[in-house]
Design a protein around this ligand. Structure first.
Ligand SMILES: C[S@@+](CC[C@H](N)C(=O)[O-])C[C@H]1O[C@@H](n2cnc3c(N)ncnc32)[C@H](O)[C@@H]1O
Length: 359
């Protein structure tokens, strides 16, 4: 038997009964398929992001209009309908009728729902978790694409911009078991930027990773290298979405590599997703040939110079694509051997090597 999860989610927010929620969810979990569980998970997290955004929006509006005792729905929710709220249109009646108290209560219910969902998913075997993650990532990819369109099609509004700040799917790290360690960086003479204790901050967001994958349009069987792979988000997402790609991540901090490899092993992806402990600045290391390279703000100037030289040399023999996130783009500015292709507000950039005569 399959349960329509959207109807259940509607029940959860429309008739919040916090004391009965656990029981309600347990019944739902008994009959739900991987696909619906993924949909339920993604919608719940998206809803949590939206509720937080609306609650803050309400607060800001009431600050600007302190004499209004009642902030009307029309004033602050209506502009979201059909645009940011489109993926949650099945909850339209809730959004139309709710008060600020209703938003707070729904947020409480949805926060508990998220915790119960996580417990449920982690209680399942890894092959179930793998299928779940694959479906969830596909649905997230569509959501992020919608958001990307909203940002580029019309003049970015304040609200769309803010939504991307609220929207976070970092909770997926818990499913991957990416347990961040506070003191994992060895006590060495650090010339590199190793982001000690940064946890989530060390990594590209799932939105960035999925958007990059969408635009990269990777060729079947090609090789993908993450230079400075941190806890492995990029490789894990690539491995789940594109099991036909050979992925290698190189990372200075061994503990991060171990965590990433354990996640790859749990999800039976070690044949195509591997992480290696490596100082990329080391003179006895040469970056192996690959088709796509990902760089997120990783290195000291000296290391960047070594890496750029190696990538440039590689373009004498093959075409490559480089994806940069954050300030890594600054290093691509004066590289004559590569040209920019796509931009995402400058945060995510894509470069393809120029055609050059073979030697
Ligand atoms: C900002 S994180 C990016 C992680 C991952 N690529 C992502 O986008 O989610 C950069 C990583 O590069 C690593 N790193 C810095 N210098 C390095 C070096 N010389 N060799 C290998 N990794 C290095 C850091 O330890 C850090 O984990």
């Amino acid at each position: 038997m399959s349960i329509e999860y959207k109807a259940e989610l509607k029940k959860i927010v429309l008739q919040v009964q916090l004391d009965k929620l656990e029981e309600q969810l347990n019944t739902l979990f008994k009959f739900i398929s991987e696909k619906d569980l993924a949909g339920f998970f993604i919608d719940s997290i998206y809803l949590k992001n939206i509720l937080s955004l609306l609650i803050d929006e309400h607060w800001m509006q009431s600050k600007n209009a302190p004499t209004d005792t009642e902030i009307q729905f029309d004033r602050f929710i209506k502009p979201f309908l059909n645009v940011e709220l489109k993926p949650l249109l099945f909850l339209q009646s809730f959004f139309q009728d709710t008060s600020i108290g209703g938003l707070h209560l729904a947020l409480k219910a949805i926060t508990q729902t998220e915790a119960a969902l996580l417990r449920n998913i982690k209680s399942k075997p890894y092959d179930f978790q793998k299928k779940f993650l694959q479906i969830a990532l596909m649905q997230m990819s569509e959501l992020f694409e919608l958001e990307h369109q909203l940002n580029s099609d019309r003049k970015k509004t304040d609200v769309t911009a803010r939504l991307s700040l609220y929207r976070t799917f970092d909770v997926l790290d818990k499913i991957f078991e990416l347990g961040y360690l506070e003191n994992e960086v060895p006590d060495i003479d650090q010339k590199e930027r190793l982001y000690e204790g940064a946890g989530v901050g060390v990594q590209s967001s799932y939105a960035t990773t999925l958007l990059a994958l969408r635009y990269l349009n990777l060729t079947k069987g090609s090789r993908f290298i993450d230079l400075g792979s941190g806890y492995g988000r990029i490789g894990l997402v690539v491995g789940l979405m594109r099991p036909d790609i050979q992925f290698t991540g190189y990372e200075f901090v061994k503990e991060r590599v171990d965590i990433a490899n354990k996640a790859s092993e749990n999800l039976s992806m070690t044949q195509h997703v591997q992480f290696r402990t490596q100082d990329l600045a080391s003179t006895d290391f040469k970056i192996p040939p690959a088709d796509t390279f990902y760089i997120f703000d990783s290195f000291s100037d000296a290391t960047y110079a070594v890496i750029m030289e190696q990538l440039q040399e590689m373009t004498l023999h093959r075409k490559i694509t480089v994806v940069t996130k954050g300030n890594a783009k600054l290093w691509m500015k004066n590289q004559f051997w590569i040209e920019p292709q796509e931009f995402n507000d400058g945060n995510l950039c894509l470069y393809r090597s120029r055609a050059r005569p073979r030697i």
